[in-house]
Ligand binder design. Structure first.
Ligand SMILES: N[C@@H](CCC(=O)N[C@@H](CS)C(=O)NCC(=O)O)C(=O)O
Length: 360
């Protein structure tokens, strides 16, 4: 019996999980998570209104692609995604989290800001996911576009003042990936790992397929475009590759972004959650973001990273400091957080109720 993956053929996190299932050669079937299912059974089972959700043969449900990947790597150990080396493993978890949460804003911006993209994607969602709701497609499109912008672009800090910075996140990421993928087939070596899977999320279903972003990828980063196809085609049994023993030097620009933008954002978010603020202002890399949505889930992301960091031995942490260089990452990993998500990070798993990405 295949696993059943509920999601969408245009979803960031569904595509990310599919790449892992395909590489690990785990049999699965993709089912659209239609509005009826969302309103009823699935959020009841997973505790959260989000995709993807994975159902096992024995009926159990899993949510949150990050936790699902960690569970899959244990339950299906063939073709592992997480590196064995504890330091490389930690850096992989950090980069996967960054790709999930920090590339989300530019991914949503390119999809919903530009009219041709918004028209195409709102039509796709209306036909794929809202086909079980009454009403004409054009009306559904109107509401989808309005909802997505209110939740994820203009309603989450994207404005005329921040637009250039948001676009810069995409351009810098493309430049960093291109430098790596011009020289080797996968980000950490000659086979895929969790880092590839993390970046594949936004790069596949958003940046390589949404019209405006796809043209930019084609022009600026042809090796990255080829890697997207290579990742989708990768099967563990057909690849003989190896992971690099250490993090390659060309990760420095991504690590800088983690330290200068993503982790300062997570710390400002933690402060907002502590104060019970639904929105907050934060200046990142000189760009003033206003009215960004607070997220208890992203506080949990920071707690998880700190928990994984604390699990390293003293000598591994020293080794990690060397790998991370002057990126400024470890100070955020050691910071005392002003608030708690309320989730026990030591026992949290894909089987526990999930938290929505934005909101308290
Ligand atoms: N942390 C979750 C995030 C999942 C997520 O936010 N998925 C998006 C679609 S790609 C979603 O379902 N959003 C819900 C919404 O738009 O209300 C994961 O890794 O699975």
């Amino acid at each position: 019996m295949p696993l059943v993956l509920y999601g969408s053929t245009i979803s960031y996190f569904t595509g990310k999980l599919e790449a892992a299932l395909r590489y690990k050669e785990i049999d699965y079937r993709l089912e659209p998570m239609r509005s009826q299912a969302q309103r009823g059974l699935i959020p009841q089972a997973t505790g959260v209104f989000q995709m993807p959700a994975l159902q096992l043969e024995d009926g159990r449900w899993l949510t949150d692609s990050t936790l699902i990947l960690q569970w899959l790597d244990q339950a299906y150990p063939a073709y592992p995604l997480l590196p064995q080396d504890p330091v490389l493993r930690f850096v992989s978890l950090l980069l996967e989290d960054y790709a999930d949460e920090w590339l989300w804003r530019p991914a949503m911006y390119y999809r919903w800001h530009y009219a041709p993209d918004a028209a195409r994607l709102s039509r796709h969602i209306s036909e794929e996911l809202l086909s079980d709701m009454p009403g004409p497609v054009w009306l559904k499109q109107f509401f989808v576009r309005r909802r997505q912008r209110a939740l994820f672009t203009v309603g989450d800090g994207v404005s005329a003042d921040t637009q250039a910075h948001v676009e810069g996140i995409y351009f810098h990421t493309l430049a960093a990936l291109e430098a790596m993928l011009a020289n080797r087939p996968f980000m950490l070596g000659t086979r895929p790992s969790l880092v590839d899977i993390g970046f594949f999320g936004p790069m596949f279903r958003h940046f390589s397929q949404d019209p405006t972003a796809a043209v930019l990828m084609q022009e600026r980063a042809p090796h990255t475009k080829a890697w997207v196809a290579r990742m989708w085609a990768s099967r563990g049994g057909q690849l003989q590759g190896e992971l690099a023993p250490m993090l390659p030097q060309d990760f420095a620009p991504l690590l800088r972004d983690v330290g200068q933008a993503y982790l300062p954002y997570l710390l400002a978010n933690a402060q907002a959650v502590a104060q019970g603020h639904k929105r907050f202002d934060v200046t990142l890399q000189g760009c003033a973001y206003r009215q960004v949505r607070a997220s208890r889930y992203r506080l949990l992301c920071l707690e998880m990273l700190q928990h994984q960091f604390r699990a390293l031995s003293a000598s591994q942490r020293t080794e990690l400091e060397v790998v991370l260089g002057s990126s400024g990452i470890t100070s955020a990993l050691r910071a005392i957080l002003p608030a708690r998500s309320g989730v026990d990070v030591a026992t949290h798993s894909a089987f526990a109720p999930g938290l929505p990405m934005l909101g308290l």
